[in-house]
Design a protein around this ligand. Structure first.
Ligand SMILES: Nc1ncnc2c1ncn2[C@@H]1O[C@H](COP(=O)(O)OS(=O)(=O)O)[C@@H](OP(=O)(O)O)[C@H]1O
Length: 846
């Protein structure tokens, strides 16, 4: 009602009314559009156990019923049209049957290389629509998760280009398998981030996490929109806009609705209401004119502060209530200038005075506010406004750059004895390292904090220094004078610290109330719904120049940084799951998995994985090393077309026939060598080898073995696969509620370049002794030599073993002493034997 009364201003101002109506309709349209488009992604998330993820589960739903649902969902596969349906494969209960199927399958493939090659080009366009499971798509997971975050119990450790994606995607069909779509690269690239990071990476939104708390909690996500996240955002926005519009309507800063997760309809209704209110606010304040906006806001703030001061004075008995006087800062830009040039501080009576130093005193000893980092967040944090429960009053000021607000909040939290941490929200990437190294600015910060009684203490006699808006990370420290300091630092120390911080942040703690508050992205290129997130669409435009200005200014850092000493146990950040790519949680009885094929060739990986979980199950998909090398090369070529030919790279000296075993594409294929380091830590019984070739021709057969190995019920069977002629590979059948069959993306099953047959023959020769060694070690004969013997086949012809992989006695028994020396002796003899081998000891070790 208040809203409508406030908008009555419009009636006298026709142009504003028109603007209002226009923006309103836009907003409503967008809202529906967003919901609809996102809903699609929920209908069929890329994670296979779609039912698990995509269906809303009521709070009463138990884990058992959830799992039951998953099982039934995994059975319900939609039939294909005749055109789509080609030869299916069946389980490998009996070899003869499997073989028969294989033969049939191959026949239908009609030489997959050629058919795939011929068809692929013409079908590319079609493929675009048809093959939905691409790696990049896998990065987005807009779904809710249930259960617990666990470290993986099984990992697909290799090998690159072996067929690992196909295996993982097939496994994900299984209701008892939960796997992250992306490759975490924890044990090779991200290890220093710690298991906390890994685990966090392995988790996703915790259901209801945002109202785990009794009190107010805010959760804000700048991740891609999806309904479930949106609900949370919406709630957040309820807060944000509640603040904004309450300012507008009633001048009441202090009173905010508590957040509770409402029903869908309620939330949608909220969204609409918020949109309306937001539009009204925008129309009223003409916020795109920066100065005006800020002038308005200032006026409002001062007005409301005074108002609030009077209203709530009874809450802080005996406390002085200095009014805000921000005389020098009539708009944000000016404020920034003031701070940048001179620093700023406030005097005892709470007035902003130009400072000579390089810092801004944000909260003056008197408890009043002068400025913080050029932004007008402080009024929201004014001690005398912050009445218990604190969170009812501490809200973000919509047009405040999030960094400033977050920092300030964090400082205050810490200063008041709260266990508060800050982290960065990833807007465009699920990879922290990537983000940090690319030098991208974090676009928003979030922090989590735990309420402690001391937080409600008086704010008197405190000083908070804040600054450092132009670097990606900030240090926080408590000085000996109990001052909280924030300071920026330059790379690389800053990044290291940031990582440390993140590690800390992501280690969950069981006890305590967890609160979370996120701040919207500043320059996030998210379309109109960011209006609902960040308050105003034009806010981005308005503040961009200012932000850029900040970024350019190197001297804007306020204080020399001190490293944050972690004195208290870290806080869980369950509430805000800000990483886009997430490993799902698992229910009782489910397996958490990931795949990162580079682990297989990473020296430290076996030891690291062993120290994490010595009983972990390891899956290794292996493929003829020659084909694998060509596949690897093809991938590189697709990214860097200027690289030399395969033939050139493969040899150190082609005339002499010296193969360059240090070229990674070739080195990876010396499986025996890499396996040796794994065997030093894990018994063979914990490893399962999948034939990459058979995974193509008999996916169900391979899947049966993998499921057995993982101790899973054989759920994924031939019923789940069909051979897609266009793709030239097996694909997963579509689930009943999706119209999309699931073939792997364009990067899987590429057409390989034609390689000189002589080179291929030489490579086969090169690999032969290593392959033999590998067969011995694993006790399985993958029969890659058959491919090498038959030169009429091109590299991409998947020449199949005519019978199931033969078993041979393993050379070394699991964990057996002497494995290593045996292998070394064997490799030594190989070196002598191998005619074309230029393997030196160094390259072997490498
Ligand atoms: N079902 C299905 N669909 C498409 N592709 C399939 C499938 N099964 C196995 N393969 C083979 O998988 C090869 C890619 O291996 P990876 O997924 O391990 O590659 S990666 O390491 O993750 O980049 C890929 O290699 P290329 O053919 O060289 O592209 C495929 O041959």
């Amino acid at each position: 009602m208040a809203f409508w009364s406030s908008t009555s201003i419009f009636t006298s101002k026709v142009p504003r009314k028109i603007l209002f109506m226009f923006t309103l309709s836009l907003s409503v349209t967008y809202l529906f559009y967003s919901l609809m488009s996102c809903y699609n992604s929920l209908q069929f998330p890329l994670q296979e156990n779609y039912a698990y993820q995509g269906r809303l589960v009521t709070e009463e739903t138990t884990f058992v019923t959830l799992r039951e649902k998953l099982y039934s969902a995994s059975q319900g596969l939609t039939e294909f049209t005749e055109a789509e349906r080609t030869t299916a494969v069946s389980t490998v209960k009996d070899h003869a049957e499997a073989e028969q199927r294989t033969v049939e399958w191959i026949r239908t493939q009609a030489s997959p290389t050629k058919s795939a090659a011929a068809n692929l080009n013409t079908a590319l366009e079609k493929e675009h629509q048809e093959f939905s499971t691409t790696d990049s798509e896998l990065r987005v997971n807009c779904t809710m998760d249930y259960g617990e975050k666990k470290l993986p119990q099984a990992i697909i450790i290799g090998v690159k280009k072996g067929g690992t994606r196909a295996l993982l995607e097939a496994l994900r069909v299984h209701p008892d398998v939960r796997a992250v779509g992306n490759e975490p690269h924890f044990f090779d690239r991200n290890y220093e981030k710690g298991l906390g990071w890994y685990r966090f990476f392995m988790c996703s939104l915790v259901p209801d996490s945002c109202h785990l708390t009794e009190n107010l909690s805010l959760c804000h996500h700048s991740v891609k929109l999806c309904p479930l996240v949106f609900i949370k955002d919406q709630l957040t926005m309820k807060m944000y806009l509640g603040r904004e519009l309450q300012d507008l309507e009633s001048g009441d800063i202090g009173g905010f609705a508590r957040i509770s997760v409402g029903s869908w309809s309620e939330n949608i209704l909220w969204g609409l209401t918020l949109a309306l209110r937001l539009m009204a606010y925008i129309a009223l304040h003409k916020p795109c004119k920066r100065k005006n906006l800020w002038a308005h806001m200032h006026t409002d703030m001062q007005m409301h502060h005074n108002h609030n001061h009077n209203r709530h004075s009874h809450r802080t008995p005996g406390q002085a209530h200095p009014s805000i006087t921000v005389t020098r800062c009539t708009n944000e830009y000016q404020r920034a200038q003031v701070l940048r040039k001179t620093g700023s501080s406030c005097n005892q009576s709470g007035h902003l005075v130009p400072g000579g130093g390089s810092r801004a005193q944000a909260v003056c000893p008197s408890g009043s506010v002068a400025a913080i980092a050029g932004h007008s967040t402080i009024p929201a944090l004014l001690p005398n406004k912050v009445t218990p429960p604190i969170f009812d009053s501490v809200v973000t000021w919509l047009s405040t750059p999030p960094e400033a607000f977050s920092l300030m909040m964090l400082l205050l939290m810490r200063q008041k004895g709260m266990d508060a941490h800050m982290g960065g929200e990833l807007v465009t990437s699920g990879d922290f390292k990537h983000l940090a190294l690319r030098g991208q600015r974090l676009r928003s910060f979030y922090f989590a904090f735990k309420q402690t009684p001391s937080f409600q203490d008086s704010y008197q006699n405190t000083s908070v220094y804040a600054g450092q808006m132009n670097t990606r990370w900030a240090y926080l420290s408590l000085s000996s004078q109990n001052e909280v300091e924030v300071a920026g630092a330059k790379k690389p120390a800053l990044e290291n610290t940031a990582r440390k911080e993140l590690n800390v942040i992501f280690q969950p703690e069981k006890t305590g109330k967890i609160y979370c508050l996120g701040v919207c992205a500043q320059r996030q290129p998210v379309a109109s719904l960011s209006m609902l997130r960040c308050g105003m669409d034009c806010h981005k435009r308005c503040s961009r120049s200012m932000l850029q200005d900040f970024s350019k200014n190197e001297t804007y850092s306020m204080l020399p940084g001190k490293k944050l000493q972690e004195e208290k146990p870290p806080v869980a950040v369950k509430c805000c799951s800000l990483v886009i790519d997430l490993m799902p949680s698992t229910l009782e009885g489910q397996i958490t998995m990931e795949k990162t094929p580079s682990y297989f060739v990473t020296n430290h990986a076996p030891k690291r994985i062993h120290s994490m979980a010595r009983d972990i199950k390891l899956i290794i998909v292996v493929r003829n090393p020659v084909t694998r090398a060509i596949s690897d090369y093809t991938q590189t070529l697709s990214k860097k077309p200027e690289i030399p030919t395969f033939e050139v790279l493969a040899f150190k000296n082609r005339t002499l026939g010296l193969i360059d075993a240090s070229w990674s594409a070739l080195r990876i294929g010396i499986y025996a060598l890499h396996l040796e380091s794994w065997m030093q830590y894990f018994p063979l019984s914990q490893m399962h080898f999948v034939s990459g070739e058979r995974l193509i021709v008999d996916p169900a057969g391979e899947m049966a073995k993998v499921q057995d190995f993982l101790g899973l019920k054989r759920i994924v069977t031939d019923k789940h696969f069909y051979f897609n002629k266009t793709k030239g590979f097996p694909c997963l059948k579509k689930p009943e509620d999706s119209s999309t069959p699931r073939c792997l993306g364009k990067s899987k099953g590429r057409t390989h370049p034609k390689i000189d047959p002589d080179v291929i023959r030489r490579l086969h020769k090169f690999y032969k002794p290593f392959n033999m060694m590998f067969y011995q070690m694993t006790g399985q004969n993958f029969e890659w030599e058959l491919e090498g013997d038959n030169e009429s086949h091109s590299s991409q012809d998947y020449l199949l073993p005519s019978r199931p992989l033969t078993s041979i006695k393993p050379l070394c028994h699991p964990g057996e002493a002497g494995t290593s020396s045996y292998l070394h002796r064997a490799i030594d003899s190989i070196k002598v034997q191998a005619e074309y081998c230029d393997i030196s000891c160094e390259s072997c070790d490498a």
